[in-house]
Design a protein around this ligand. Structure first.
Ligand code: SGN
Ligand code: CA
Length: 535
């Protein structure tokens, strides 16, 4: 019944949509929203980092060349579920109700995909979902989603018909399903909005068989802060996401128990490798054997520091190898659009649910409001409206996608949206660009034990408050301390700036109607006890 009401509700507008499509210049754009999981800005070559030449992403870079590269793109809460909820609603977690992984997303609220569907778009979602087990409340004409976090090999898929397993490498399967929907299944009389969400390059960084050895002889540059002592930063000192202290030698780093052995060391989640067929596992063992034998033969002579550096290289080799498949996937989608005359009028976005640490401060994972995880890559092409080679330096946030898509699609924006459309900054007009960003991370206790914190960042300074556990403030002058190693909260030289940012933070809390901290702390604690995953 609900389904037919939805269909009846949009049949009127579907005709308009069809006529729009026929009207040439007036036609509404298609949207392909591609989001990967945990893709660091440093690992996308269009940003020109120290990895750009060693591990290029030529296809994702094509989007930036055809359209826009955002140099200051941020999230609201550097964690998967909350990022997705913010992106779908255009609202902060305290409004959309989703603040940590494992909560249930309320699909009855305003969602841009649904607004477009109501306006006559055909919609689909393929890949990782992770805000509910099924897309409850979403108006999707087609969906095939991974089970929860999703598996890299032979994954389970959830569809309207239930759960089934498919043989293959997940990134490739997502690409195939996307192309098949575009080419064979969608209603071509309507503009489309397609959500394509990759599992990769999320932990535990399992590359495709064809890429397991791509970087085996590459030595990646080690971040200056890899051996950070976290002095003056209590939350940083108390996290559990340091590559050489907290990654699992088997599960994460694919280290074996001895020379000639193929058994993994520590792997507390063996179900992931258990999914591989014997043949796939053999390919893996062969790919890693020589490197693991070398490590096992020499380990006894290595210092702790040498081992920490070896682990960094192994981590980077696998992490970046999973990104090659994501890049290939993007290339296939762009090629499909080119070959089918769809490029001009299709918005293609590539982003990640958040940034990621690639050894900075010694870390993997995200969560912190430090630059590497607070920032997320963002490129967007729409040849009909966005000039090729555009560079947007204005600060944008993942709550801005909803209003942007709605504006481009000519759909009226629903109420109480926190984000702002990026259409103006994309056209080169940054008059209305925001001057400061609000951030809030809630998931403590949780994986990696990053303390709860919130904060404000402007184009030069950052102020953060870690409030649970503890009560610590951090302040950085990003122009002088871009690596965020000198907490200047007690530096009298900055007293004026700190006071100014404290005020700006309060103003943002008022603007976004953030509940008062005391209420908030209690509310989160209560809600957290009810979360699906007990941590
Ligand atoms: C898993 C990972 C964590 C990661 C969370 C959240 N462990 O639990 O390292 O922080 O996901 O990631 S894993 O080894 O089991 O993959 S998120 O991107 O979904 O928020
Ligand atoms: Ca993520």
């Amino acid at each position: 019944l609900a389904g037919s009401a939805v269909l009846a509700g949009c049949s009127g507008t579907a005709e308009e949509a069809t006529s729009n499509v026929a009207q040439g210049d007036e036609q509404r754009p298609n949207i392909i929203y591609i989001m990967s999981d945990d893709h660091a800005v440093r690992a996308l070559s269009a940003y020109g980092s120290d990895l750009a030449e060693l591990a290029p992403t030529p296809n994702i870079d094509r989007i930036a060349q055809n359209g826009a590269l955002f140099t200051n793109s941020f999230v609201t809460n550097s964690l998967c579920g909350p990022s997705r909820a913010a992106m779908f609603t255009g609202k902060f977690g305290h409004k959309n109700g989703f603040n940590f992984n494992g909560q249930e997303f309320d699909g009855s609220q305003d969602i841009w995909v649904n607004a477009l569907h109501d306006a006559g778009y055909t919609t689909a979602a393929i890949g990782k979902w992770h805000i509910n087990l099924t897309p409850k409340g979403f108006k999707l004409d087609h969906w095939e989603i991974l089970n929860d976090q999703g598996e890299y090999y032979n994954p389970d898929w959830i569809t309207a018909d239930g759960v089934h397993t498919e043989y293959g490498y997940t990134t490739d399967l997502i690409t195939d399903k996307t192309l098949s929907w575009l080419d064979e299944q969608r209603d071509e009389s309507k503009p489309f909005a397609l959500i394509m969400h990759h599992k990769a390059p999320h932990r535990n960084w399992m590359p495709a068989p064809r890429h397991t050895r791509t970087f085996e002889n590459v030595e990646f540059p080690v971040p200056q802060t890899y051996f950070d002592d976290w002095e003056g930063r209590q939350a940083a000192a108390e996290q559990e996401m340091t590559i050489y202290l907290h990654s699992q030698e088997g599960h994460d780093l694919k280290m074996t128990t001895g020379v000639g052995e193929s058994e993994w060391r520590q792997d507390i989640w063996p179900h992931l490798f258990a999914r591989l067929t014997d043949e796939q596992r053999k390919e893996w063992d062969d790919a890693y054997q020589a490197r693991n034998d070398y490590m096992n033969a020499n380990e006894a002579n290595w210092s702790d520091e040498e081992m920490a550096l070896w682990k960094y290289q192994r981590y980077m080799q696998d992490y970046l190898a999973t990104i090659i498949s994501v890049d290939e996937s993007v290339g296939e989608v762009l090629d499909y659009l080119d070959a089918n005359g769809l490029t001009e009028n299709t918005i293609v976005v590539y982003t990640s649910d958040q940034g990621f640490f690639t050894g900075e401060h010694g870390f993997f994972d995200k969560r912190f409001m430090y630059e590497e995880s607070f920032r997320t890559p963002l490129v967007m092409q729409y040849p009909a409206k966005i000039e090729a080679g555009t560079v947007v330096d204005a600060m944008v946030q993942n709550i801005d996608y909803a209003p942007t898509f709605m504006e481009y699609a000519g759909v009226e924006l629903y109420d109480d949206v926190d984000g702002q459309s990026m259409v103006e900054v994309l056209a080169g007009n940054s008059d209305q660009a925001r001057d400061a960003l609000y951030y809030h991370f809630y998931e403590f206790p949780g994986f990696h034990m990053v303390h709860r914190h919130y904060g404000v960042r402007d184009d030069r300074y950052k102020l953060m408050h870690f409030y649970h556990p503890g009560d610590e403030w951090e302040f950085y002058d990003l122009s002088k301390d871009p690596l965020e190693v000198n907490n200047a909260i007690d530096n009298p030289e900055y007293a004026g700036e700190i006071a100014r940012l404290r005020t700006r933070l309060q103003e943002l809390e008022a603007q976004y109607a953030v509940p008062p901290m005391d209420e908030w702390r209690d509310m989160v604690l209560q809600e957290y006890k009810g979360a699906k995953y007990k941590l």
